[in-house]
Structure formats: structure tokens, C-alpha cells
Write a protein that binds this ligand. Structure first.
Ligand SMILES: [Zn+2]
Length: 135
């Protein structure tokens, strides 16, 4: 099925922003779409189509599992930091205005990893850094 582009307001992070009547706060359009379709809202909603503005619920998936992996990494398990970077996290870091040091601390990954994501040296296929989308 085709992507369903969100036609409303697009926020700084590149995601559509919508109003959540339940919490009376703004919510990412794709998260709201996921909730309306599946009846629950996971902490992380991922796009399987790599299209930030897509709100087709069939293109969205519960990304909580990647967060679990991240959590086990934080808990001290030996997992290669390169592999714990979920797409959602990479995009979050890439679009974030928070300092590299804070981001690294917040997500339990090295400053080098954060820097490489921000500079578009890694995960360029997800961030679309430099305008070239490698997918
Ligand atoms: Zn899509």
C-alpha cells in the first residue's frame, strides 16, 4: 500500500504534528495514527517506510522492542552500540538540538556515535543527510 502523507503541520523534527484530544497536547501525527488504528500507544512508533510524514498505520510499527534492546545495553550488557541504534533513535539524535555530550549520556551511547550520526557519517540512509537518500 502507498504512503499516506500527513497534510497538516510539520514540526521541526520533520514529523507531522497533530492534536491529541485525550492529553490536550500535541502528538506526532504518525503516533496518533498508530493509536487510533491499533488502540494503544507504544513508547516508540517506527516508520517501516522511511517516510517521516507518512501516517499510513500499515507502515507504522511498535518500536518498543528496539527500546528494550537499548535498555539492556544501558543495563550493562555487551551489545555493540552500532547495532542498538534504532531508526527512530538515529532520527531523534540527528534532529536534536541537544548537545552531543547530553545526547550520548541520555541514550547510553558514545559521543563519537552521536557525532557521526549528526555529521551524516553513519546512518545517512535514514537521516537523508546531505539530501541524498540511500534507500
Ligand atoms: Zn509510508
Amino acid at each position: 500500500m502507498e504512503c499516506k502523507e500527513y497534510t497538516g503541520y510539520i514540526g521541526n523534527a520533520g514529523y507531522g504534528l497533530d492534536y491529541n484530544p485525550e492529553t490536550k497536547k500535541t502528538i506526532s501525527a504518525h503516533r496518533l495514527s498508530f493509536k487510533l488504528h491499533y488502540g494503544y500507544l507504544p513508547k516508540i512508533v517506527m516508520h517501516i517506510c522511511n517516510n517521516k510524514t507518512c501516517i499510513n498505520p500499515l507502515h507504522l510499527k511498535d518500536g518498543t522492542q528496539s527500546e528494550n534492546i537499548l535498555q539492556s545495553y544501558k543495563d550493562g550488557l555487551q551489545i555493540n552500540p552500532r547495532r542498538i541504534c534504532s531508526k527512530e533513535l538515529v532520527l531523534l539524535i540527528y534532529n536534536s538540538k541537544i548537545s552531543t555530550r547530553k545526547l550520548a549520556k541520555q541514550y547510553g551511547i558514545s559521543q563519537g556515535t552521536v557525532q557521526r550520526i549528526k555529521q551524516g557519517l553513519t546512518y545517512r540512509e535514514w537521516t537523508g543527510h546531505g539530501g541524498s537518500c540511500g534507500v
